[in-house]
Design a protein around this ligand. Structure first.
Ligand code: UD1
Ligand code: CA
Length: 471
């Protein structure tokens, strides 16, 4: 991603906290919005903005946080351990003490602020550098500032210090200008300032925010107005839900702007790892999870939930289809109410219809599984027609077995195919048959007793039953 900012700077991201307010056993920064952990959103922003190095301070649940970050970012992130949670100031101390080579401008971000725009980081670094300030920070105004640190300015309007919510006087508590927690600090100054912090506050912690007062005492603090919609910190489940909904709405708008048809901007749920090409259409209440790809001309209709699914060009996924780890071929049609379980691969212009379930099955070009069927562990050729209510009996109680239907096979309704079994090219299987042996090419398999019609029997039976009911 191109950066406007010419300056070199490094990021320190604080992610060691427990997040008790989340009331969850998972570390707070691993809670996800749009399929990506809070801390990963922050790291991604720092990297996109051009951070030369990216240090993440971990502590609570360190192993899990580290695993998430290494999996996603590899060597682009460096981990620093904060052994005890002694506050945000202590967390920064751990980072700068761990690395004596950290120089120049450092941008400190909290790992629980997942909506920060790249441009804001550029502006903060540029403004701070231009003014030659030891410290620059972003401020924002909130009608309900409770929970946030408040910005205290002097008579000249310069930022003097930040006072935490719990440490506010009554007058300070009414201040609507808050500290969203985004700072650009000179490393040399930060090193010296952090050493001077004391835990002299309501929480008995080392507050990073106290560095602001130290910077103001030595020179002017640069401040930049931000929009709180970009800067919310996630402290509890409500904050998480609100941040997720903001992110979701933005992603939906971005897609629509790129040329994707979006039926309802408010109910599109797309994980960050998904890709949708311009010219695709996404209905209301569609969920794309994990790493889906939806190609141009494809249409995903209302209520579909797709996880790690590739939907090829012009495919049509009808309402309320659930699919996982599968591919839907060009021009194929799925649904309504179909369930594609892992490793389903639907060929071009194939069809899987109402209440059909598939698993680990390949369906060839133009083949159809239209109604109420279960096809598991199947290899289905081209131009195959599978009648309503067909079951692939793939499991013998111990093992799974494969059913093979070669090209042009026709399976009548209400058929069971007991695997392992192969139906060769062009064969027919009559309705109601239980197939237990392979069927040769172009043969007909039928396994049902001959039909007998007993003339008048139903009428006599009815009369007898009625006479019993009303003697
Ligand atoms: C912090 C700020 C507050 C600001 C708010 C914005 C301080 C003292 N306060 O408060 O002024 O308005 O963010 O969202 O900085 N963390 C550690 N180690 C620790 C403690 C925290 O790594 O020992 C991490 C947490 O994982 C979290 C971040 O620092 O990602 C912020 O901590 P949190 O406890 O959420 O701070 P707030 O109370 O929100
Ligand atoms: Ca917070």
């Amino acid at each position: 991603m191109p950066t406007d900012s010419q300056a070199t700077w490094s990021a320190i991201i604080l992610a060691a906290g427990e997040g008790t307010r989340m009331k969850s056993s998972r570390p707070k920064v691993l809670h996800e919005i749009a399929g990506r952990a809070l801390v990963s959103w922050v790291v991604q922003t720092a990297l996109d903005a051009g951070a030369a190095r990216c240090l993440v301070v971990v502590g609570h649940g360190a192993d899990d946080v580290e695993r998430e970050l290494v999996t996603r970012f590899g060597k682009r992130v460096e981990m620093v351990l904060q052994p005890e949670r002694r506050g945000t100031g202590d967390a920064v101390r751990c980072a700068i003490e761990a690395d004596s080579k950290l120089r120049g401008r450092l941008v400190v971000l909290y790992g629980d602020c997942p909506l920060i725009p790249v441009q804001l980081l550029h502006d903060l670094v540029d403004n701070s550098d231009r003014a030659g300030a030891n410290l620059g920070l972003v401020t924002a105004t909130l009608a309900d500032p409770s929970g946030y640190g408040r910005i205290v300015r002097n008579g000249a309007g310069d930022v003097q210090r930040v006072v935490e919510d719990r440490d506010c006087s009554d007058a300070e508590r009414t201040v609507e200008e808050v500290n969203p927690g985004l700072y650009a600090v000179q490393a040399a100054f930060l090193r010296e300032a952090i050493a001077r912090l004391t835990p002299d506050n309501a929480q008995g912690q080392l507050y990073l925010t106290d560095v602001v007062e130290l910077a103001a005492q030595e020179g002017k603090v640069v401040d930049l107005k931000g929009d709180m919609a970009d800067l919310t910190g996630v402290n509890d489940q409500r904050d998480l839900a609100m941040a997720a909904s903001t992110r979701r709405r933005r992603m939906a708008e971005e897609l629509a702007r790129s040329g994707v048809g979006v039926t309802d901007l408010d109910t599109l749920y797309i994980d960050a790892g998904c890709e949708v090409e311009p010219g695709a259409v996404l209905g209301a209440n569609v969920h794309l999870r994990g790493q889906c790809v939806v190609r141009a001309g494809a249409h995903i209709d209302v209520g579909c939930v797709l996880t790690d699914v590739i939907v090829d060009q012009d495919a049509n996924v009808l309402p309320y289809t659930v699919a996982t780890d599968s591919t839907i071929g060009e021009g194929a049609q799925v649904g309504p109410f179909s369930h594609l379980r892992p490793q389903t691969h639907l060929g071009p212009r194939s069809k899987v219809g109402n209440f059909s379930e598939t698993k680990k099955t390949t369906v060839g070009k133009g083949s159809k599984v239209n109604h109420l069927s279960y096809v598991g562990d199947g290899i289905i050729g081209e131009g195959v027609n599978i009648g309503a209510g067909t079951i692939f009996c793939n499991y013998d109680g111990e093992q799974k077995h494969t059913t093979v239907l070669e090209d042009g096979v026709f399976i009548g309704s209400d058929t069971q195919l007991v695997a392992p079994v192969t139906i060769k090219k062009g064969a027919y299987v009559a309705s109601g048959t239980t197939v237990t042996r392979d069927v040769p090419e172009d043969a007909l398999a039928v396994s049902r007793p001959k039909q007998v019609n007993k003339e008048g029997y139903a009428a006599r039976l009815r009369a007898r039953l009625r006479s019993k009911k009303n003697p």
